[in-house]
Ligand binder design. Structure first.
Ligand SMILES: N[C@@H](CCC(=O)N[C@@H](CS)C(=O)NCC(=O)O)C(=O)O
Length: 205
């Protein structure tokens, strides 16, 4: 049987995505921990052996290494009901994964990291200057999800898919980034639906 090792920092929502998908599918994962604030993914050994990009998560599949959280989720979920077989639904699910990486995670996850883990006082001036733009873009992402979910239970395909699990990760932590989820009740209702599904695990499980 293939052995999976998740190279992760437990504080990362990108790493939680992979644990969440694996839990839904009953796939056991070994976990190897790094502290990104101490530069543990930037050591010569990590860069040579795990990922030349120096970031987590990385899913190790036997002797091979797969970086990028959404790619790792897609690998684990391949062939499962989390990936729609209908051609349009499949592509629609993928668009949420791509959207998450371009319009959601760079704003909501980055502000969470800066505010919750680094503290605004310790940011470089160039980072502080980016905060208003990231706040506005994060609010826009949550508003778009809310509009979509006003009339639907799930993001794509009318059922729970990888899109819901991937977006759940940083959306449910958005409060730690300075976003008020109470302003987006349709998103809150969807978060509760995802968390009630069999196989769900919490961020700190
Ligand atoms: N697009 C990547 C983002 C990976 C990423 O930004 N990882 C962060 C933690 S969530 C990291 O490793 N930061 C440490 C560093 O860059 O040194 C993914 O989805 O996996």
């Amino acid at each position: 049987m293939t052995e999976y090792v998740l190279h992760e920092d437990p504080a990362s929502g990108n790493c939680y995505k992979i644990r969440l998908v694996a839990a839904h599918l009953g796939i056991p994962l070994q976990r190897r921990r790094y502290d990104i604030r101490r530069g543990e993914t930037r050591t010569p050994a990590f860069l040579a052996e795990v990922d030349a990009g120096g970031r987590i998560p990385v899913l190790q599949i036997g002797a091979r290494f797969l970086p990028e959280s959404n790619a790792a989720c897609a690998y684990l979920a391949s062939g499962s009901a989390l990936i729609p077989s209908d051609r349009f639904d499949h592509a629609d699910m993928l668009r949420w994964l791509f959207w998450e990486q371009y319009s959601h995670e760079p704003n909501i996850a980055t502000l969470r990291f800066w505010r919750r883990y680094l503290g605004e006082a310790s940011l470089a001036p160039a980072q502080t200057a980016l905060i208003p733009g990231k706040q506005a873009a994060g609010e826009a992402a949550l508003a778009l999800m809310a509009r979509h979910l006003e009339t639907r239970d799930w993001l794509a395909a009318g059922t729970l898919t990888l899109a819901d699990l991937v977006l759940y990760a940083y959306t449910h932590l958005a409060g730690e980034g300075g976003f008020d989820l109470a302003a987006y009740p349709a998103v809150e209702r969807w978060l509760a639906r995802v968390a009630a599904m069999p196989g769900h695990i919490r961020f700190d499980d």
